[in-house]
Design a protein. Structure first.
Lengths: 115, 115
């Protein structure tokens, strides 16, 4: 069965420091991988995706993610965190054999960036 | 280009009532999915529609149903509401039609409270 794990419920980092939000997955075959961000009382906002090709994917607002097939991981990173990055982050996967809208989500990681 | 529009944003209903939520996808998108978000269960997939046909369904009771119209707008209905149905309901739209490497775009959600 497909599953996504975000091992940290909370990540705290000082502004200006690099941040990493971890994600590992268990999906048959080669999945499509996504990161979304959610601000309070809002929907999910797309950050970036891995479809194929380079293992390092660049996305919106300076975020990037590294796909590691052997470790089945897709960690979200940013070289220098901003206070405005504080939000709830979700990793999601889609089985290549599944329909477009069928995503499996992790439980989310609350990122807090303190000044 | 307008994003995914969900109406209403907030709803308060009484146990036993039924409710209908609406979603207008991004213009040109033909795939619409619905998700339930709760603190306890996280993001759970309800169902997905494409060209007025249900393509995929999650593990929810039959009280949860949906449909899609010819203009791709979608509605979901929950009958005989229970307290546990209180959640943020998110709609996502995707291009569909064989475009497989695309992401889903989410609406702001409808916050349903059952009292």
């Amino acid at each position: 069965a497909q599953s996504v794990a975000q091992p940290e419920d909370q990540v705290n980092v000082a502004e200006g420091n690099p941040l990493t939000v971890k994600c590992t997955y268990s999906v048959s075959g080669n999945p499509y991988l996504f990161w979304y961000v959610q601000y309070p009382n809002r929907g999910l906002q797309f950050l970036l995706k891995y479809i194929t090709g380079d293992n390092l994917v660049k996305g919106s607002y300076g975020f990037e993610a590294e796909f590691n097939k052997s470790q089945t991981s897709f960690h979200l990173k940013k070289p220098s965190a901003l206070v405005s990055d504080s939000a709830l982050y979700f990793c999601a996967v889609r089985d290549r054999g599944s329909t477009l809208g069928r995503l499996y989500f992790g439980r989310g990681t609350q990122l807090t960036v303190w000044p | 280009k307008a994003g995914v529009t969900q109406t209403p944003r907030y709803l308060i209903k009484t146990r036993g009532q039924q409710v209908t939520l609406s979603c207008s996808p991004i213009s040109g998108h033909r795939s619409v999915s619905w998700y339930q978000q709760t603190p306890g269960q996280g993001l759970q997939f309800l169902f997905e529609y494409f060209s007025e046909t249900q393509r995929n369904k999650g593990n929810f009771p039959g009280r949860f149903s949906g449909r899609q119209f010819s203009n791709s707008r979608s509605e979901m209905n929950v009958s005989t509401l229970e307290l546990g149905d209180s959640a943020l309901y998110l709609c996502a739209s995707s291009l569909g039609g064989g475009v497989i490497n695309t992401e889903a775009f989410f609406g702001q959600g409808t916050r349903l409270t059952v009292v």
